[in-house]
Design a protein around this ligand. Structure first.
Ligand code: ACO
Length: 429
């Protein structure tokens, strides 16, 4: 925790103390997990046709053999939605039971609305708040910490936390130093509150903004000077690979140790570390700095490359699906990247192995997805109808008849260009 200032300003003492007293402390448990990756595979040899590289260099320097690339119809939202649906299946939970959806992403479909709001719509999670979180490759751990904190205070009971990216849309396909690294995908977890101890135990969130320019993805409000130096481009990833490598190896072990210390544990207590999948050499370095065997640091970078905020939940979903962890195991998550930012978290795994069951809840879940799909056009139609006040109808009729006065004050919002075809993710259809 950051050191408190020695002096604090006096506070007004609320007369509503009883009403805003912190609620009973709860524990936040991971009860569902899911992942979704595009089916299109780009291997190292495929890359040889795009840039001056080779399988041997990529494998030895990064550990990556292949990565998944989103097709045109696949978006950050569709991957995130599908991963969330799978996580809800494992948790056997209804979308209407979700209180909060957070999507950690550096590649949202829009600056606004948030990807989380779109996911909320596709899931039919009508009782959920939703927002995106931007902390690059550390984003998922940051988001998980935010959701767990809300659960622990008793303010909410259920959250869906997603890491989702379509980085293939923003890599510079002419830069062999970066385009070989990144891939697309999404992973999601369902977090649920309980009185039973366990789940998310501790976390350490940090940032060193002095390194902001080491890893960037400029967007609408980027400074011109930055974009005019010939190296950087709007909506293109720029990375100082060596600098980021040094930074990652410096913080990876120490941040996990700091999170362990908070709950009186040591690296020996760790069953498995799930690090951000950035480079196999960084993953190996994590084992070295924690002095634990390499098998206790999970790696799937060979198959998916660096999927930024999606890499930790994607790896976690794989680990849980393969039943490589069991209740009582102690896990560490560690993310690091743009910001510079980093985050470590200690989790006591509490979920029993998932068994696919076509329960009553499964049927109701499909019903809620179908309802969400039907509701979308109906709600839009309703909004349009609500605009048809009597003066608006008269004005429209006059316009049709060519009688509209030039000085008519426009009270209706200007007509925008035709909306894009709003295709829900495959699964939701
Ligand atoms: N194929 C063949 N040769 C290459 C390639 C390639 N794809 N890329 C670079 N090279 C060459 C370079 O030109 C250089 O040649 P030179 O010596 O003749 O100049 C040589 O290989 C060595 O290049 P380096 O950049 O020094 O290679 P390095 O060993 O540092 O590996 C890498 C580069 C893989 C990018 C590494 O630095 C790294 O993984 N950095 C960390 C990245 C990371 O962790 N990102 C996480 C955050 S991502 C986020 O937050 C969105």
């Amino acid at each position: 925790m950051a050191e408190q200032g020695s002096q604090t300003r006096p506070l007004h003492r609320s007369r509503l103390a009883a009403a805003n007293r912190p609620r009973a402390l709860r524990y936040a448990h991971i009860v569902g997990w899911g992942m979704e990756v595009p089916s299109q595979v780009l291997t190292n040899s495929d890359l040889e046709a795009i840039v001056d590289t080779n399988d041997e260099w990529i494998t030895t320097r990064t550990g990556i053999k292949e990565r998944r690339i989103a097709e045109q119809r696949e978006t950050t939202t569709s991957l995130a939605t599908r991963a969330a649906q799978k996580a809800l299946d494992v948790a056997d939970m209804l979308p209407s039971a979700i209180d909060l959806i957070i999507v950690a992403t550096a590649t949202p479909e829009y600056i606004f609305p948030s990807t989380a709001s779109m996911v909320q719509d596709y899931l039919g999670a009508t009782n959920a708040g939703a927002f995106d979180l931007s902390a690059a490759c550390s984003g998922f751990v940051y988001a998980l910490d935010m959701a767990a904190s809300k659960i622990r205070t008793g303010e909410i009971d259920t959250a869906v936390v997603i890491g989702a990216e379509t980085l293939s849309r923003v890599v510079d396909w002419a830069d062999r130093g970066t385009c070989i690294l990144f891939g697309d995908g999404a992973g999601a977890v369902v977090l649920q509150g309980s009185d039973i101890p366990g789940g998310i135990l501790s976390s350490v969130l940090r940032s060193d903004g002095s390194g902001w320019d080491m890893l960037t993805l400029p967007t609408v409000s980027s400074r011109d000077t930055y974009l005019q130096d010939g190296k950087h481009e709007m909506h293109r990833i720029y990375m100082d690979g060596k600098g980021v490598f040094r930074f990652a190896t410096r913080i990876i072990g120490d941040s996990i140790k700091a999170a362990l210390e908070q709950v009186g544990l040591t690296p020996d207590d760790l069953t498995l570390v799930i690090p951000h999948q950035a480079n196999q050499r960084i993953i190996e370095y994590a084992a070295k700095s924690l002095k634990i065997p390499e098998e206790r640091v999970y790696s799937n970078i060979a198959r998916y490359g660096n999927t930024s905020a999606a890499s930790i939940p994607l790896a976690l979903a794989e680990v849980a699906e393969r039943e490589l962890i069991k209740p009582g195991d102690i896990l560490a998550f560690v993310g690091f990247g743009g910001g510079l930012s980093w985050a470590a978290m200690i989790v006591e795994w509490s979920a029993m192995p998932a068994r696919t069951a076509y329960s009553l809840t499964w049927g109701r879940r499909q019903g809620e997805y179908a309802l969400a799909w039907l509701r979308r056009p109906l709600v839009r139609l309703w909004r349009r109808l609500m605009l048809l006040t009597p003066p608006a109808i008269i004005r429209r009729l006059r316009q049709r008849a060519g009688l509209a006065a030039e000085d008519t004050i426009e009270t209706e919002p200007p007509r925008s260009r035709p909306a894009q075809e709003d295709t829900p993710p495959d699964s939701a259809s």
